[in-house]
Write a protein that binds this ligand. Sequence first.
Ligand code: NDP
Length: 292
Amino acid sequence: RAPSLTLLGLGDMGTALARGWLAAGYSVTVWNRTPGRARALVAAGARPAESAAAAVATNSLVVTCLLDDASVGAVLEGVDLTGRDLVDVTTGTPAEARQRGAWAAGRGARFLSGGIMAVPPMAGIPEAGGYVLYSGSAELFETHRAALAVPFAARFVGSDAGHAALQDVALLSAMYGMFAGVTHAFALVRGEREIPLKEFAPLLSGWLTAMSASIEQTAEQLQSGDYGSGVVSTMAMQAAGIGTFVGTAHEQGVSPQLLTPYFDLMKRLVDDGRGAESAAGMVDLLAPGDGR
Ligand code: NDP
């Protein structure tokens, strides 16, 4: 008999997950609030359920991929979860994931929260590098490890149901910082006819890749508490360059608004007498509670 699971939520991501499991030979029972969205999947072999409750009753493994935590609550309201293994890959905050875990436990279900580090077209294509961070019930993860690893690689990151969401949001937050920098860089050069954006783009992506080597150094410094040994680019040196960045933005008619909050923290660090250190101290400024 084919391995089976239930999937609630057939948006772009839910549909991609379903296709991944169907392609791997799984029997997938599907339900979506707007029934029409199941049609193409049913044609591809998925089994439609009349209701969320009927879908949940069909399989022990139940995956939810909905818009937000509130929609998970709405869809599962009044549904019998006794003995189910609920895997929620809906993006949410760590506290939402923990509360959802406690809520599921109160209804007799094991719970795993997932943070999807991929976009839908990467599903079922291991070379694309997408993966899902999972936290919560280790037993659930072990039981369904094979199924969970089908659409995207599956990584268990601990028993705190909030930790998958926390790392998901941390990774995406860093991505937005990078996008902010890329946005500013393009704004600076776009008006220049002699700087073709197609030639500038590989310089930009190559530079960001090279600079990402600093991430592991920062982690080591934060862990050791030593922000001063062997620093190549001190805060004082970097802060001295702020005028160049703001000046260039003004020369090009570009607002520096995406960069100035970061520069303000740099200046504060230097004002605090930490100009000889690396940028790791900026983490302390953001999160004073767990600094050195
Ligand atoms: P879509 O907007 O395409 O789909 C949203 C889904 O949620 C639909 O199935 C929709 O049903 C359902 N839904 C929304 N509100 C409710 C409600 N109140 N009650 C019942 N169902 C509801 O989103 P995605 O599929 O792209 O994303 C799903 C999750 O996956 C999100 O949490 C997202 O953050 C996460 N994710 C998405 C990625 C992406 O690139 N798409 C990447 C990584 C994570 P209906 O069809 O009836 O509207």
